[in-house]
Design a protein around this ligand. Structure first.
Ligand code: FAD
Length: 317
């Protein structure tokens, strides 16, 4: 009997260690083994982390294809062979595609947006956000096998009391099959990822227009930050979706998050509330963002941003 976390790609995604920590707690509470299925090049990086979280087996698929169909096939084949009881995902954008499809393939329940999993009455109790993030619900899962996708923003990565001697097992990937979905328009973003940024300046509808979003970009550039956005302005086409922070965008964990003209809707905060420090620039003192911000400038962002840009330029020269 085991709990397994499924990961893939070239690098360890933000939130992976937090999810491993949750997985370890669940495994210990249910007397199960914690295993980590890793597909692709991140095997070496995973080997450095796994012992800290009490991983018994690092199951490495070195030759796994990266498309959603191939990943679902590989994870389903792994589940058929190793029979994990709880199959966990760190809820990245890609995991949102994979977890429900895997559950469908296995014919087992799936819960997405989970943030806590505990044993309950012989089954599992999963706390999750619902209705776009506004509500917390508790799902009681009684099925023998369950798929759960974890939003890690509220979790803290806590190492197990003692590191384990993790055993690496080499697992074969599923035979290559053509992907049913073809990406016709790839994300335009290149370079560093928002999820890895230490400082983010994000803009929202309070900026008033796409051209004013340039203020956010310029300020971010001057202070060595990445620029992000609320969904409202992504939907309006001011900036491409690779910059969207939130429940249906990127889950970020920067040291500093500066929100410019952003209301602080729960769906947006789902992607940035794990920031160490949030600074809000919003002219409405009652805006929700002030419930999360450590510092605030309650003023017109179109007046504040040019001043901040001047200061940032001056400090560079
Ligand atoms: C299922 C679902 C998923 C969602 N996923 C996401 C997501 O991933 N990310 C996301 O961001 N949203 C998401 N949303 C949308 C979310 O609910 C909000 O609608 C959105 O975040 C609002 O964006 P905003 O704060 O930029 O705009 P608004 O809500 O319009 O807020 C603009 C803010 O700017 C302030 N303002 C106006 N003018 C100025 C000025 N001149 N100076 C300073 N402040 C000013 C206003 O006081 C206001 O607080 C989702 C919604 C649903 C239902």
């Amino acid at each position: 009997m085991s709990v397994v976390l499924c990961s893939w790609g070239d690098a360890i995604e933000g939130g992976t260690e937090e999810t491993l920590s949750l997985a370890g707690r669940l495994a210990r509470a249910t007397g199960q083994e914690l295993n980590w299925l890793v597909i692709g090049a991140l095997g070496t990086a995973a080997a450095g982390i796994a012992p800290r979280y009490g991983v018994a087996h690092l199951d490495h698929v070195a030759d796994g294809a990266a498309g959603p169909d191939a990943l679902v096939a590989t994870i389903a084949a792994y589940c058929a062979e190793h029979g994990p009881k709880t199959i966990l995902f760190n809820q990245t954008l890609a995991a949102r595609l994979i977890a429900p499809r895997l559950a469908g393939r296995l014919g087992v329940p799936v819960v997405t947006n989970g943030f806590d999993v505990t044993p309950s009455d012989g089954g599992l109790s999963v706390r999750a956000t619902a209705y776009g993030g506004d509500t917390h619900v508790v799902y009681r899962l009684a099925a023998p096998v369950n798929v759960i996708s974890i939003v890690s923003t509220t979790l803290i990565a806590e190492a197990a009391a003692a590191p384990t001697a993790t055993v690496t097992r080499v697992i074969a990937g599923a035979a290559a099959t053509p992907e049913r979905l073809t990406v016709v328009s790839a994300p335009r973003a290149t370079g560093p990822r928002l999820e890895d940024a230490d400082v983010i300046v994000s803009g929202g509808r309070g900026l008033g227009s796409a051209s004013n979003y340039e203020l956010v970009k310029e300020f971010a550039g001057l202070i060595g930050a990445m620029h992000g956005a609320s969904r409202a302005i992504v939907d309006d086409g001011w900036i491409d979706s690779s910059r969207q922070v939130g429940l249906t965008g990127k889950i970020t964990r920067p040291g500093l998050y500066i929100a410019v003209g952003i209301s602080g809707a729960s769906q947006h905060m789902a992607g940035c509330s794990a920031a160490k420090t949030i600074v809000a620039i919003n002219k409405d003192r009652d805006a929700s963002i002030y419930r999360y911000a450590r510092y605030g400038i309650a003023a017109d962002c179109l007046e504040v941003m040019p001043e901040l840009i001047k200061i940032a330029r001056a400090s560079k020269s």
